[in-house]
Ligand binder design. Structure first.
Ligand code: NAI
Length: 411
């Protein structure tokens, strides 16, 4: 049986090649991304596609892929993939949501110190030959209060690191969260804004977090406080922030994300209302961009993809229901992806009994439009069962998996 093919685009970290080749994949790689037509031409025969944020996996691309069972987004976001269509084509999409958590947290911590000491302004002055040895407005962060909005993976890491620096930490989250270290949860955002010397935002982009920080919230912040946003650009009203900085209400801000970000990694002429204001650190969405994070992403996504390929486990997929089942030796595994309509399990079970097989173990999970079944049979009729399943109108795809890649058939 030919080795399964995986196409890696956009200079994915080379650790991915090593791990995937060790799992028996035939790895084809390109440094660039491919445009729609180029990708359509490359995909036939490819079982797994690895991309980063630039490659658009459109409906047309998915329709052109005759053997694709998974897309690995070696990044955090999956907006570049037509997710609903992928689901209906039986293509599982995976990403790496936590591999750059620590990188963002470290940058935020650095920014707290840089803002507190006005280091950005002093550094730019020195580049222009200006020696300005002042202590005015320059403070230690020890003993100051950090308000963390969104106490998820990044927010809670920031909390721990900030306490190590001697800061007091309060946080606000819409979900109940275990306070780490000596941090204190606060019931409302307003309470947090009123109490914090530094406010750092770590919420996802949702309708509720859109313009979470506008003029009203900025006016609640302590005079001389600083705002940090390394979450999503839509969370802060940048015009209102610029005004609060000009009014001297806030002492500084560090912004990594913007409502309209260039799609390319290098762009000139970028504009924000914050340009030219003192004690404002602006960075081009690089919070998670470190060598360590790139390698961690390479490892995490490769591992999830090969696991999905070898065992059918969907845990970590953004569009498939989470299914995992340890396989008993001496059983033959069949995977079925189907339209989420009544009666499918009855049809699948009938096919099994028509082949005089017993089901040793079975899991079904549904997710919006699709259902995902993993079943282990106690006799070697998996290929025949899969062929039969593919004839059902409800079936989107069916395949067998064995413990090593190279034994999969997709349909
Ligand atoms: P997460 O999902 O682990 O945590 C988000 C937290 O925010 C959750 O605890 C959630 O309950 C909470 N939350 C949601 N809505 C809220 C609201 N209205 N008010 C208060 N809390 C709310 O996410 P994670 O991994 O910590 O990421 C946080 C943000 O950081 C995301 O927006 C992500 O896109 C962004 N990010 C930015 C990067 C960069 O390069 N600047 C890199 C990685 C992530």
């Amino acid at each position: 049986m030919a080795a399964p093919r995986i196409l890696l685009l956009e200079s994915i970290h080379s650790v991915a090649d090593e791990l995937l080749e060790a799992e028996g994949f035939l790895v084809e790689r390109m440094d660039a991304s491919l445009k729609e037509d180029g990708l359509c031409a490359r995909l036939p025969g490819v079982q797994v596609l690895g991309i980063r944020s630039k490659t658009q996996v459109s409906r047309k691309v998915l329709d052109a892929a005759d053997s694709l069972i998974a897309v690995g987004a070696f990044c955090i976001g999956t907006n570049q993939v037509a997710l609903e269509h992928a689901t209906l084509r039986g293509v599982a999409v995976f990403n790496a949501p936590f591999s750059n958590t620590r990188s963002v947290a470290e940058m935020v911590l650095a920014e707290i110190v840089v803002l507190s000491r006005h280091l950005g302004d002093r550094a730019s002055e020195m580049h222009q030959g200006v020696w300005r040895k002042v202590a005015t407005g320059s403070r230690e962060v020890r003993g100051k209060t950090l308000g963390v909005v969104g106490y998820g993976h990044i927010g809670s890491q920031v909390s721990i690191l900030a306490e190590d620096l001697g800061m007091r930490v309060v946080f606000h989250d819409i979900a109940a969260k275990l306070p780490l270290g000596n941090s204190r949860p606060l019931k409302t955002l307003d309470l947090l804004l009123e109490e914090s010397d530094f406010v750092t935002l770590h919420v996802p982009e949702t309708p509720q977090t859109r313009l979470l920080i506008g003029a009203a919230q900025l006016s609640r912040m302590k005079k001389g406080a600083c705002l940090i946003n390394a979450s999503r650009g839509t969370v802060v009203d940048l015009d209102a922030l610029a005004q609060a900085l000009r009014d001297g209400r806030l002492d500084g801000a560090a912004i990594d994300v913007y409502p309209d970000e260039p799609e390319v990694s290098s762009a000139k002429g970028f504009k924000t209302p914050l340009q030219g204001l003192p004690n404002v650190i602006m960075t081009p969405h690089i919070g998670g961009s470190t060598l360590e994070a790139q390698e961690a992403i390479g490892r995490e996504v490769s591992a999830t993809l090969s696991r999905f390929f070898r065992t059918g486990a969907t845990v970590g997929s953004v569009n498939f229901p989470p299914v995992d089942l340890p396989q008993t030796p001496g059983t033959w595994r069949v995977i079925n992806v189907h339209h989420n309509v009544p009666g499918v399990l009855r049809d699948l079970n009938r096919i099994i009994s028509d082949h005089d097989a017993n089901i040793h173990a079975e899991v079904l999970s549904t997710h919006a439009a699709i259902g995902y079944v993993m079943m282990d049979l106690d006799s070697n009729v998996a290929d025949e069962v899969v062929a039969h399943m593919r004839r059902l109108p409800s079936t989107i795809s069916a395949r067998t998996v064995l413990s090593a890649p190279g034994s999969t058939s997709d349909g």
